[in-house]
Write a protein that binds this ligand. Structure first.
Ligand code: C2E
Ligand code: CA
Ligand code: CA
Length: 805
């Protein structure tokens, strides 16, 4: 739960945090960088500002010294003495300018002042008399001549007439040219007779500003000189100019308004000192300093074009850092997710395997039960019967009683199956089980032996064989009339007949369960074939028939010696429809008995203990075939399964025999599959275990034959490592009509998958069975649907014919 929660919100949260870190981190970095750039620029600017100040100081000191020097000229002193009275000139009706200009000595002075001005590199030099009128000027010859002009309102006059040296920034009254005026009193014998003035036009300072980004403002914050001409005739923010009266504005500037130089803080700037000047695309730093004399202020500014670059760089950097971080986070989250999924699927797999383990042990019990119970009727099966007989007979013998063993074979069940279907057949079989004597009664035992065969054991109370025979007859007839009474199936009334064989046991009579079953089987056979139904006792006649089997045994012993067998192979088909193996099956053709089914003679050979010889013969044939196939590129891929009896398998030299047969005929062990029945493996002897391990060590494959019919024990399956489970034909036959058979098939396939065995379905006769098994995941199929067992050459052609399809 917590993991899920993390997974959902953790990523966006981390991304958000990382974006913040990238943003502020790069911002901090950019600030650091900007600050150092600003500091170094500021230092450069301050030193420029000082240099500019010193340049001004030098020029202005020189300028300041000029008026006093010039004023000492005796001609000037004489002129101010002589032309001190304005009143008289005016009274005589003279124009001041014309009057003074026409005076020969003043005209001379004018010329000398003009020459001096050129020499001293100043713009105007002029002389004011005591009343503040300009009597002589270096520019008297020009249109801007100042001669005759009254300048009493000027500070440079007012201060100098009081005896001080003075200076002033002002706009020329006649010329309209702004400049710096420097003045000194003209004294004679301690009295002040006039004022000497030197003016330098402000434009003369242009060359001082030129190396810098700078402008000069006057006392009213009006820009009077600028290295950038576009800033000229502008005022600063909140300039003092704005508080001047209209009259003062006109007097000093001859205009009433100036545009304001746009200066703002640099947008978004973290440093206040950065300014945006006009529409410059980069910020500037500014510093101001009073020009010596205090009339003007220099404003120096320093462009810092690195700042926008740093900011752009910072955005890029922030974006890259954020994206890179997000990518790393994303990969990290994917990794964590992957690890979590791994962990989850691991625990899922663990939980699944635990579930499987549980279901396996449930199924194990179920299979164990199934081993002794008939799935259709729930009656004990053949295994259970044999076990029961083995304990019952000694008991019966010990208390001197007789028991009767009945073998009931329903005559026409096959017909019913064919006509009404297997479900109807199954229905009748379960109904028979109900009608048979009550198995719960102390004296009775009921079992289902095979498809249509049941066994009933009845313990009589008779003390003699004769009385026992009578009681058995009575019991048998009652039973027969019950089970042959009509059956109702799907609105059909069905009449059934049955053949019943009976044999007595106890006291001096036969005691071996196998022999007992052989007797009752023979009696039943007699009832069916000689008497067409009804009950038949095991008698001499039957005994003779049984002896026929003894003859068969003789013939079989002879056949083993004389080699009267031949081998056939039944193909096994995989999911792709190709032959993926063959099963070797033995055939016996006897001169007298004709074709005898292995289902008949193999059990006989087992009781005669000649089965190992038969198996050896089969083994040799199979190895010869496998050796031949080894040389063929197609056939070498097809393994051969060999049926091996329990008796042969448990022999000491078993594996050696197989291995030497294989190597003698050049057969590959991996191409030979040994089929063993569950019964063989259950006999859990040390020899069997050794043989099993040794088979595997040498590369042979092992299959469990007729799987599901024996006493299946998962414990042996875990102990022995087998390669294939062959699902018994009986389940395949019934799986489409009987739920239980189907679920057993399903279970076996699931079990095999979990243990990594492959599965083979035996006795596949219909397409429906094949398709169903295919969807259930069964690996291989064997049965008449594909092919009957074939002679070797027929089988080889069959294999090739499927490859060509
Ligand atoms: P099995 O090992 O279960 O062999 C399969 C039997 O099923 C064969 O019977 C085969 O002919 C038969 N069969 C194959 N497909 C179908 C089908 O679609 N429907 C039906 N109803 N039957 C099918 P077969 O050859 O008569 O052999 C009977 C049994 O005899 C075998 O059963 C096996 O237990 C034993 N047997 C046969 N050959 C040998 C052998 O060489 N050595 C040993 N020890 N036993 C053998
Ligand atoms: Ca087999
Ligand atoms: Ca089989």
């Amino acid at each position: 739960m917590t993991l899920k929660l993390h997974g959902r919100y953790l990523f966006p949260l981390l991304v958000a945090i990382w974006c913040l870190i990238s943003w502020y981190g790069t911002s901090w970095y950019a600030d650091q960088k900007s600050n150092s750039v600003i500091t170094s620029n500021q230092e450069a600017m301050e030193s420029d500002s000082l240099a500019l100040f010193q340049a001004f100081e030098e020029r202005l000191n020189y300028l300041a010294s000029l008026p006093a020097l010039i004023s000492r000229d005796p001609r000037i002193i004489k002129a101010v003495e002589r032309y001190s009275h304005v009143q008289a000139i005016r009274a005589a009706g003279n124009d001041l300018k014309a009057y003074w200009s026409n005076q020969p000595d003043l005209a001379m002075l004018n010329r000398e002042l003009n020459a001096l001005a050129n020499e001293l590199a100043v713009d105007v030099i002029f002389v004011l008399n005591a009343e503040g009128y300009s009597i002589a000027s270096s520019n008297s010859e020009t249109s801007g001549s100042i001669v005759g002009t009254k300048l009493t309102d000027r500070h440079y006059y007012q201060a100098a007439i009081k005896g001080e040296k003075a200076h002033q920034y002002a706009v020329g009254r006649k010329t309209n040219v702004p400049g710096l005026y420097y003045s000194a009193p003209i004294t004679l014998n301690g009295e002040r007779h006039g004022v000497m003035v030197v003016k330098l036009d402000i434009l003369n300072f242009q060359s001082l500003l030129a190396p810098y980004h700078a402008y000069l403002t006057d006392n009213n914050d009006v820009i009077v000189l600028s290295s950038h001409s576009s800033y000229l005739q502008h005022i600063l923010n909140n300039a003092r100019f704005l508080s001047l009266s209209e009259e003062e504005r006109q007097l000093q500037y001859k205009r009433s308004e100036f545009p304001v130089l746009p200066v703002q803080p640099w947008n978004g700037g973290t440093t206040i000192s950065l300014l945006r000047l006009g529409d410059l695309p980069y910020p500037v730093l500014t510093t101001e300093r009073q020009i010596p004399g205090g009339d003007l202020v220099s404003h120096l500014f320093q462009a810092v074009p690195e700042i926008p670059l740093i900011q752009r760089e910072r955005y890029i950097f922030a974006t890259i850092t954020a994206l890179a971080g997000i990518a790393v986070l994303y990969m990290l989250m994917q990794l964590i997710n992957y690890l979590q999924n791994l962990h989850r699927s691991k625990s899922y797999a663990e939980a699944e395997s635990l579930k499987l383990q549980e279901s396996l042990s449930d199924r194990e019990n179920e299979l164990r039960r199934l081993a002794f119970v008939d799935t259709l009727t729930q009656l004990p099966n053949r295994n259970a019967l044999l076990g029961h007989l083995a304990t019952l007979i000694p008991e019966t013998l010990s208390d001197g009683r007789y028991g009767a063993l009945f073998l009931i074979n329903m005559d026409s069940l096959k017909l019913i199956n064919d006509r009404l279907g297997h479900t109807a057949g199954d229905h009748i079989l379960t109904e028979i089980a109900v009608r048979l004597p009550d198995a719960a009664a102390r004296n009775n035992y009921v079992a289902r032996l095979a498809g249509d065969e049941f066994v009933v054991i009845h313990l009589t109370t008779a003390a003699t064989e004769q009385a026992a025979t009578i009681a058995a007859k009575q019991f048998g007839h009652d039973m027969l009339s019950r089970i042959t009474a009509p059956y109702l199936v799907n609105d059909h009334t069905v009449h059934m007949t049955a053949s019943v064989g009976v044999t007595l046991f106890g006291s001096k009579l036969t005691v071996e369960p196998d022999a007992l079953l052989a007797e009752v089987d023979a009696a039943m056979y007699e009832a069916k074939h000689s008497h067409r139904g009804g009950i038949h006792f095991f008698d001499d006649q039957v005994r003779q028939a049984l002896e026929g089997r003894a003859e068969m045994a003789n013939r079989l012993l002879f056949a083993v010696r004389a080699n009267h067998f031949f081998q056939v192979y039944q193909p096994q088909i995989n999911q792709e429809g190709r032959v993926a193996g063959v099963e070797a099956l033995i055939r016996w053709q006897d001169d007298i008995l004709g074709n005898v089914s292995p289902a008949t003679f193999i059990p006989l050979a087992e009781t005669l203990h000649i089965i190992a010889d038969i198996d050896r013969w089969v083994l040799t044939q199979a190895c010869i075939t496998a050796g031949q196939w080894q040389k063929d590129p197609v056939l070498r891929e097809v393994p051969i399964s060999i049926n091996v009896s329990g008796e042969f398998f448990s022999m000491k030299g078993f594996v050696d025999e197989i291995a030497s047969a294989a190597s003698l005929h050049n057969a590959e062990p991996s191409q030979l599959m040994i089929e063993l029945t569950e019964g063989t493996l259950i006999a859990d002897s040390e020899q069997n275990q050794r043989n099993m391990a040794e088979l595997h060590r040498r590369g042979f494959k092992v299959a469990i034959d007729d799987f599901g019919t024996g006493n299946s024990s998962l414990s042996y399956m875990r102990r022995f490592n087998v390669d294939q489970l062959k699902i018994d034909q009986s389940f395949i036959r019934d799986m489409l009509s009987d739920e239980r058979s189907l679920s057993i098939v399903e279970f076996i396939i699931k079990l095999a998958n979990s243990l990594n065995y492959n599965t083979l379905a035996e006795g596949v006769e219909t397409t429906e069975q094949h398709l169903r098994l295919k969807t259930l995941g069964c690996d291989l199929f064997q049965g008449f649907l594909f092919s009957k067992p074939l002679a070797q050459d027929g089988c080889e052609s069959y294999i090739r014919s499927l490859l060509e399809q």
